[in-house]
Design a binder for this molecule. Structure first.
Ligand SMILES: [Zn+2]
Ligand SMILES: [Zn+2]
Length: 218
């Protein structure tokens, strides 16, 4: 006798349910792609720092990542919510200095994908906004408003002022990152080795010459 209550198999999940929960990102050529789950828990921000501009210049993508004020949109999330679905072999990593952020990019087309800190127990990931905007309408749906502007003192012109909502947004986000550090959720990461927490690809640190050239262009 057939069960009275039909069970939904994965194949029968209503179409589109997944799209609501995940937000897709990809490199410019589309070889490397992935998604961010729980986008409603992420924070949308703009960073105006010189380091991000130097990095973008190094990859030759500053007009793609940055606006006229020298700001680049990013989405702050946790590593456990980031997954790669294709082109992982193109994932490369560089850093501007020996101790700088790890800047992950797709080497198929030199697209910056995201930044992480070096310590995998702080599972913060700053995804580059432009990678999340393949569908601009989906981007606005997933991340409806800019919640923070950081390093505004390095902007090329004065950006819009920060609002109190920035503080409120961070007040919800940071405790979740700290909790992941404590409860071991940081181990769910596509960026670091499960054994010792080393980056999964070699980290290339810019040479003095390349660094000077990159900062000189900002
Ligand atoms: Zn690519
Ligand atoms: Zn920055």
């Amino acid at each position: 006798m057939a069960p009275l209550i039909p069970r939904l198999s994965t194949a029968e999940t209503p179409h589109g349910a997944n799209e609501l929960m995940n937000h897709r990102f990809q490199c410019r050529c589309g070889t490397l792609s992935g998604h961010l789950s729980q986008p409603q828990r992420a924070l949308r921000g703009v960073c105006y720092c010189k380091d991000c501009r130097a990095y973008a210049h190094h990859l030759g993508v500053e007009t793609w990542t940055h606006d006229a004020l020298g700001g680049a949109e990013f989405v702050a999330a946790q590593a456990q919510n980031v997954s790669f679905t294709s082109g992982i072999e193109c994932l490369a990593c560089l850093s501007l200095t020996d101790n700088g952020l790890l800047r992950w990019y797709a080497n198929c087309c030199n697209t910056p994908i995201c930044n992480t800190v070096r310590n995998w127990k702080v599972p913060y990931v700053g995804l580059i906004g432009a990678c999340l905007k393949t569908d601009p309408f989906a981007f606005e749906r997933s991340f409806p408003r800019v919640q923070m502007r950081v390093n505004t003192s390095s902007a090329m012109q004065a950006p819009p002022p920060m609002r109190l909502s920035t503080v409120v947004s961070l007040a919800g986000f940071m405790p979740r990152v700290m909790l992941s550090s404590i409860n071991g959720a940081y181990r769910q990461t596509p960026f670091f080795d499960q054994g010792g927490g080393a980056p999964l690809v070699p980290v290339k640190v810019l040479s003095d010459t390349d660094r000077a050239r990159a900062y000189g262009a900002t």
